[in-house]
Ligand binder design. Structure first.
Ligand SMILES: Cc1cc2nc3c(=O)[nH]c(=O)nc-3n(C[C@H](O)[C@H](O)[C@H](O)COP(=O)(O)OP(=O)(O)OC[C@H]3O[C@@H](n4cnc5c(N)ncnc54)[C@H](O)[C@@H]3O)c2cc1C
Length: 502
């Protein structure tokens, strides 16, 4: 969504989009179920939305960024509606909004219950394909950034058939998503596995808040990879969490019970799961047969796996869902590498802090796609950047396919040792294991090198944060510590030094 929205904002300037799959496939954006958070109601305000964002982020949200993003939210929802997104409406034409966890107001605009991401992406893909200034290269993956003296000179691309090739431009926007599929249990598409993070880090970019991964509490536990999501809106509609004995376990844990912040619900479900209590989401009395029409994606995934959501509770398990960390950007969406902008989940702008407020992910992707592309327009008009000379220091890339079994080993290590509940000892195990994989397989596949770099950064930052905050929970340091009340910043060199020291 970030990439497409930015390309449209840049029109009529010439833009090339690189996409490994046909546009809209295997992007988290197309899978988003809840919607976009925005203070659309006349009784709601961007200030209240910013305040909820700061509270959810558990002490380390950049309040200026929260104010900036929430103030821009309405404008971008209206823009999406203008280009044809069929948001759910009330009889009087106002937006129908869901209330999601940790929001003080019903402020999430949605489409047919759980279809927001798919509907917005369909709308944007259509617009992009109808915009003559945009060229789309489908079936192409970015492998490596070419950087000289900390300035972008080009990107190495591969299409799996021919030799890797280089593309150059006056400015580069990376919008290649988060890192969920670096973990074994995830709700993210398989291509969303830290490639942007790893690529930028290998090129020297500063990384922020890498330790903060949000585990969605209610992925469906149906032995599917990726795990389908039982959207939070179900709990917003009154669905309850029960264990195998039918006991509603959230009431004893948090005053907001099922609508407590995601990390608290995720840990409660994880513990029930570890104790063999088979946690499940029970939608029967709150939603009943309406689940079929109101939440078609959820119903379809259940029915495919032999669960009838009208009559049976849905088995759930926490799964890696959203990366609050990413490539560090300034307020304009620029990375520490000259000429490289980052938008969407690949970035770490400071909006989410230690924990993302529900439905702020798509919002950030939209606001920062617009902000970054405006920055690019300004930079190009001011002749700040040129297309780099032809004597490029082209890196040697490996484009062998890595055995999926090796990737699975990495993902298992991340889920087992850097997952919902962490300890220093486990994280050290993960870092030693990532090093072993690097020694055995590093340099053969640049894609895998990017994954290893991303995994190293997430684990190293998790090792160093000796406290529990937001999505990062350390069993050996279960409390918050004021000395850590700041965002983390790291580069790959420092993370590798730590990895080698363990
Ligand atoms: C199941 C699910 C439900 C969600 N629900 C919500 C919700 O209701 N509201 C909300 O706000 N957020 C939600 N989120 C989070 C939100 O969808 C994401 O944060 C957001 O879509 C990220 O957008 P993006 O444009 O940054 O990345 P994506 O939409 O993930 O797009 C990244 C693109 O980059 C491509 N790519 C990856 N690597 C490379 C490479 N090396 N070279 C070239 N291209 C590459 C990918 O194929 C993909 O097309 C949800 C996420 C999931 C997984």
């Amino acid at each position: 969504m970030a990439g497409l929205y930015a390309a449209l904002n840049l029109a009529p300037r010439s833009v090339t989009i690189i996409s490994p799959k046909p546009l809209g496939f295997d992007a988290s954006s197309a899978w988003a179920q809840g919607g976009v958070a925005a203070a659309m109601d006349e009784h709601d305000t961007p200030e209240a939305h910013a305040n909820d964002t700061v509270m959810a982020g558990d002490g380390i949200v950049d309040a200026d960024i929260a104010t900036f993003v929430t103030s821009a939210a309405k404008e971008h929802v209206l823009e999406l509606a203008d280009v044809g997104t069929p948001f759910d409406r009330l009889g009087n034409g106002d937006f129908l909004m869901s209330k999601e966890a940790a929001h003080s107001f019903a402020r999430v605009v949605r489409v047919k219950g759980d279809q927001a991401g798919a509907a917005i992406m369909r709308t944007l893909v259509k617009e992009v394909l109808n915009t003559p200034s945009i060229t789309v290269m489908q079936g192409v993956t970015a492998l490596d950034l070419i950087v000289k003296n900390n300035e972008m000179c080009g990107v190495v691309l591969a299409n799996g058939e021919n030799d890797p090739f280089v593309i150059q431009a006056k400015a580069y926007l990376m919008a290649a998503g988060g890192a969920g599929s670096l973990f074994m249990k995830t709700t993210n598409p398989p291509t969303v596995r830290g490639l942007a993070l790893g690529m930028a880090a290998r090129a020297g970019a500063e990384i922020a808040d890498a330790e903060f991964v949000q585990f969605h509490p209610t992925a469906m536990d149906l032995e599917l990879d990726p795990a389908p999501l039982a959207t939070e809106a179900l709990r917003g509609e009154g669905a309850i969490l029960i264990n195998k004995d039918g006991i509603q376990f959230m009431q004893n844990i948090h005053k907001d019970a099922e609508l407590a912040p995601r990390d608290i619900v995720a840990r409660a479900i994880f513990r029930e799961h570890q104790s063999g209590n088979k946690p499940a989401l029970d939608t029967r009395s709150a939603i009943g047969a309406n689940i079929i029409n109101q939440f078609p994606s959820v119903s379809e995934a259940c029915l495919k796996s032999g669960i009838d959501p009208v009559r049976q509770p849905i088995p759930v398990i926490p799964a890696a869902h959203y990366h609050m960390g990413g490539v560090a950007t300034d307020i304009k969406g620029k990375s520490s590498i000259k000429g490289l902008w980052i938008s969407g989940e690949a970035s770490s702008t400071g909006l989410h802090g230690a924990n993302r407020l529900a439905s702020n992910g798509l919002l950030e992707a939209l606001v920062y796609a617009a902000t970054a592309s405006n920055g690019i327009i300004q930079a190009i008009e001011n002749n700040e950047y040129k297309i780099f000379d032809k004597n490029l220091p082209v890196p040697k890339v490996g484009f062998n396919l890595i055995d999926e079994k090796v990737i699975l080993e990495l993902r298992k290590a991340m889920s087992n040792w850097v997952g919902v509940i962490r300890t220093g000892e486990d994280i050290a195990k993960a870092l030693r294991f990532i090093k072993k994989l690097d020694l055995e397989h590093g340099g053969k596949s640049t894609n895998f090198d990017n994954m290893l770099a991303a995994a190293t950064l997430i684990a190293a930052a998790a090792y160093l944060r000796k406290e529990s905050r937001g999505g990062h929970y350390r069993k050996d340091f279960p409390n918050k510590n004021d000395n850590f009340q700041k965002r983390s910043k790291m580069n790959l060199v420092d993370a590798l030094v730590l990895r080698n020291s363990l």
